[in-house]
Design a binder for this molecule. Structure first.
Ligand SMILES: [Zn+2]
Length: 451
């Protein structure tokens, strides 16, 4: 997500053979979910004309819970079935409760209808804009889901009911574990442009509106090199053999983008902007690849990603970003013209109302990026790249906390650097007021330990 611009028991019955009411357990995988439920696969078929959906779900129940619970806040549930049998499920307070016989993996199908959303709400499928949007936790308006951050899902998607003459851009399958808000699609009068293939073999394309080819060329001018830099420096792309960027109409807010990998969405007015484009690509590494464990760790996604975007563009000879970051975004944050806040309030986990919290502001993007920039000044940007890469490879497909990243930075840094790193943590992440010399500190780039 690029800069916010301008955003619940049913008695479990005996096993299946007797035609009972619980979802059939399958031999597929032994569940290790333990204290939390784990949605493994969600295979969706959505009819955009009828506004109906079918979700084939594989999940591990929370141990001993006797049920799988999914958010269906915006859905009208028509039927739930498993093993060809209809199941008596319940919807309570927007939660679908599917009874299970034991703690093993279950497969069941949910047939439902969903409502069209619109640009005043931005929380589902918006036919008037031709785009879906469920960030941060509105997936229950489009499909039965577990909107919590910890659970990553493998998705499959099939769209029908696409208006004649329109192109639907969506992934038919996403192999890597993804946050629920990552699944997205766009429908419109698109022209497809081939961008190239990354060193890791990922085929990259762009879909733009008529007359927008130049913007697409400008925005993706260095994308193949930046993508290859991300792969080479942090690790392989986890969302399949293809990726791309899709120009979207978000109405008056058509700036920035949304990390709907493998096909990210970028607002029509920013489609020619390399920072906006490569920021969304970078989320495959931080935000989507490594998910945040708690909303309080939002800086692990946006701070890290804003930093690696500038770092990658710099390394491939693309446009320098730090003056732009400092002048256009950090300075308003630090001088009171824009929201400022402590960007790592991680004493709690998921206890903040994220959508209404100051954490969802430029402060988290910019102060987070400046934290990394300063650590790079202390230990050398190449050494920092290695740590960000190590952390990615340790945590891709999982959820992590920002303190885990800080601990790894400290662990991989020399004794002599600890004090400077600690003050960067305090000044940029754990203090509301910006450091007095915020611009110089974030703009300065001291070469140490090689580029
Ligand atoms: Zn972002």
């Amino acid at each position: 997500m690029n800069r916010p611009w301008c955003l619940p028991l049913l008695a479990a019955l005996a096993s299946c053979a007797g035609g009972d009411d619980s979802a059939a357990s399958t031999e597929a995988t032994a569940c290790e979910s333990g204290p939390v439920q784990d949605v493994i696969d969600t295979r969706l078929s959505l009819d955009l004309a009828q506004l109906t959906g079918e979700a084939r779900i594989s999940a591990c129940p929370e141990r001993g819970s006797g049920q799988v619970t999914l958010d269906v806040s915006g859905l009208d549930i028509r039927a739930v079935a498993s093993g060809g049998h209809r199941i008596e499920s319940h919807v309570e307070g927007g939660q679908l409760r599917v009874p299970v016989a034991d703690d093993e993996q279950v497969d069941f199908t949910v047939d439902y209808a969903f409502a069209a959303s619109d640009k005043t709400r931005f929380d589902g499928w918006m036919p008037d804009l031709g785009v879906s949007f469920t960030w941060p936790y509105y997936c229950g308006n489009l499909f039965p889901c577990e909107p919590g951050l910890v659970d990553g899902v493998h998705f499959e998607l099939a769209l029908t009911g696409v208006p004649a003459g329109q192109t639907a851009v969506y992934p038919d399958s996403i192999p890597g574990e993804a946050p629920d808000y990552m699944l997205g699609f766009a429908v419109g009068d698109y022209e497809k442009m081939d961008v190239g293939r990354s060193d890791g073999g990922v085929k990259i394309s762009a879909w733009h509106f008529p007359g927008q080819a130049q913007a697409a060329r400008d925005g993706t001018a260095n994308m193949v090199d930046v993508f290859s830099f991300y792969e080479r420096t942090y690790g392989p792309y986890s969302f399949g053999p293809v990726a791309g960027t899709v120009q979207v109409d978000w109405g008056i807010d058509s700036w920035g983008g949304m990390e709907h990998h493998p096909y990210v969405h970028v607002g029509k007015w920013d489609f020619g902007d390399e920072e906006a484009q490569n920021h969304e690509m970078g989320h495959a590494w931080y935000g989507d690849g490594v998910r945040i464990a708690c909303w309080e760790d939002f800086v692990l996604s946006e701070g890290t990603n804003t930093y690696i975007t500038a770092r990658a563009l710099e390394q491939v000879g693309g446009p320098e970003q730090w003056d732009y970051y400092v002048d256009d975004f950090l300075t308003p944050t630090c001088t009171g013209r824009d929201v400022n806040t402590i960007v790592l309030p991680d004493q709690t986990c998921n206890e903040i109302d994220f959508v209404h919290h100051d954490l969802w502001s430029l402060a988290t993007y910019m102060k987070g990026a400046c934290f990394y920039e300063e650590v790079g000044d202390v230990i050398g940007p190449a050494a920092l790249d290695a740590i960000i890469g190590e952390f990615y490879q340790q945590n891709v497909g999982k959820a992590a906390r920002m303190q885990d990243m800080i601990d790894l930075i400290v662990a991989r840094s020399g004794e002599g650097d600890r004090a400077a790193i600690e003050s960067a943590v305090t000044d940029w992440l754990r203090t509301e007021a910006c450091p007095e010399d915020y611009a110089e500190r974030c703009r300065a780039r001291q070469e140490r330990g090689g580029r």
